[in-house]
Write a protein that binds this ligand. Structure first.
Ligand SMILES: [Zn+2]
Length: 445
């Protein structure tokens, strides 16, 4: 058994519970006890880890295309259509499985350094993404992308392969595969319906993009007379574990459908702001009981992988959009990156420091002016959201295994990875082929 003692534990629940002078006991990768040190059971022969700062749950990133660290900052300032056609698509057309694995390994290490222990990934070469997180020790839910692109198999075959991959993978909680039909505006509705049926049948996460921009549903609306959510409902796509990214442009009727079908939302405020997509109706979603988790989106459209910073932005935007400083509390903002995000994924084993959940722990160094003053215990949580960020993450454990120590990832060589990603990014930007044929001509993001 391991016993962690900390200045305080931030549980990651909706209420924003903070336990001062706390203990977290861990055995076999799971949390067995959380509470005040004064009430802790006997430590026995446990390995005691005394931490000067705060322990919070490993953050859960509900929407990411992390291998896109290869494309960070490229095409800065271009309008969306030119950014896609002139910068992103040509690069992605040259992408190889080796590129994806190298980029995901580096990105996974960066996510861990920022306290993100689980991410929902939707990107090409899903097995290579799994190999990458296997190296770093992180968790991932990998939604195999389904997209009608030249060079890719027919959609039906893509779906069959994705279902086979999900069914054959060992379910140890580290890597879980889901289905990632890109969006209603990029895929035929019958394929979406089949993917949804398969996801329900196998208990898989169905992850897709919905209503990211104001214009993406216009053709569908003209053709069917229905909003994208209504169209998805009409085609039996909703129900089961559905996680919809963005959901910026939803009206009351759409939100009501989300509530009715218990569709979860991956809210990506940094990406939505950078790409000027809009501000999602977060307060409305939460008030209706819709499950929402926070996502970074891909690092070409964020561009950081700092989910704690995005929690602050979520609160800022919710307050700005409503003109109400109570629109989203610091506790709710942090919950969106922890317990609420785990709920949005349908993974009740993650996201909170609670007995029975997996021991994904993040130690935040609070020996900084950013964490001063502390009046009552909940000030720690307030500071985490409003003045801290991923740079204060000092140590991280996934399933009780330490993967970040003193701010550095212990499982991989970050310096070598950085050089490798830089070289690959340069090759992709120059247009030099890797020796194989181009495989892609459009992005997943
Ligand atoms: Zn996306």
């Amino acid at each position: 058994m391991q016993r962690f003692t900390a200045r305080a534990v931030v549980v990651g629940d909706r209420a924003g519970t903070v336990v001062p002078q706390a203990v977290v006991d861990v055995a076999d990768g799971e949390i067995t006890w959380v509470g005040p040190a004064a009430e802790a059971p006997p430590a026995g022969d446990a390995d005691v880890v005394e931490l000067p700062g705060v322990l919070m749950p490993g953050l859960v990133n509900a929407h990411s295309h992390a291998p896109m660290v290869l494309f960070r900052g490229q095409g800065e300032g271009l309008p969306l259509d030119r950014w896609l056609s002139e910068v992103m698509w040509p690069r992605e057309a040259r992408l190889t499985g080796d590129d994806v694995e190298a980029a995901m390994t580096a990105a996974s290490a960066e996510l861990l350094r920022n306290g993100v222990t689980t991410s929902v990934e939707m990107y090409f070469h899903p097995e290579r993404i799994a190999a990458a997180v296997d190296r770093t020790g992180a968790r991932a839910v990998i939604a195999t992308p389904l997209l009608p692109l030249p060079g890719m198999p027919p959609l039906r075959e893509q779906l069959d392969r994705a279902v086979d991959l999900a069914a054959s993978a060992p379910r140890d909680g580290r890597v879980e595969y889901g289905l990632g039909p890109h969006a209603a505006y990029t895929l035929p509705l019958p394929l979406l319906a089949d993917a949804a049926r398969a996801a329900r049948e196998h208990g898989l996460l169905l992850h897709l993009h919905v209503a990211e921009t104001a214009t993406e549903g216009q053709d569908l609306l003209a053709l069917h007379g229905l909003s994208v959510p209504a169209l998805l409902a009409a085609h039996d796509v909703l129900g089961g574990r559905v996680l919809a990214a963005h959901c910026v442009h939803l009206d009351d009727g759409d939100l009501e459908l989300w509530r009715e079908y218990d569709v979860a939302v991956a809210h990506c405020p940094a990406s939505n702001a950078k790409l000027a997509s809009g501000v999602a109706p977060l307060r409305d979603m939460l008030d209706r009981g819709i499950r929402v988790g926070l996502g970074t989106d891909g690092p070409a459209s964020n561009d950081a992988l700092d989910l704690l910073a995005d929690a602050r932005l979520a609160a800022q935007l919710a307050r700005l959009a409503s003109g109400d400083a109570t629109a989203l509390s610091a506790a709710e903002a942090l919950w969106l990156a922890t317990g609420a995000a785990a709920d949005a994924l349908g993974r009740p084993d993650l996201g909170q420091l609670e007995a029975g959940r997996r021991a994904d722990l993040v130690h935040v160094d609070t020996r900084d002016l950013a964490f001063v003053p502390i009046g009552d215990a909940t000030d720690v949580l307030t500071h985490l959201v409003w003045s801290a960020g991923g740079r204060f993450v000092r140590d991280v454990w996934v399933g009780g295994r330490q993967v970040v120590a003193d701010g550095a990832c212990t499982t991989v060589d970050a310096g070598a990875l950085r050089a490798d990603v830089a070289e690959r990014a340069g090759r992709l930007a120059r247009g030099a082929g890797p020796g194989g044929s181009p495989t892609r001509d459009a992005p997943v993001s």
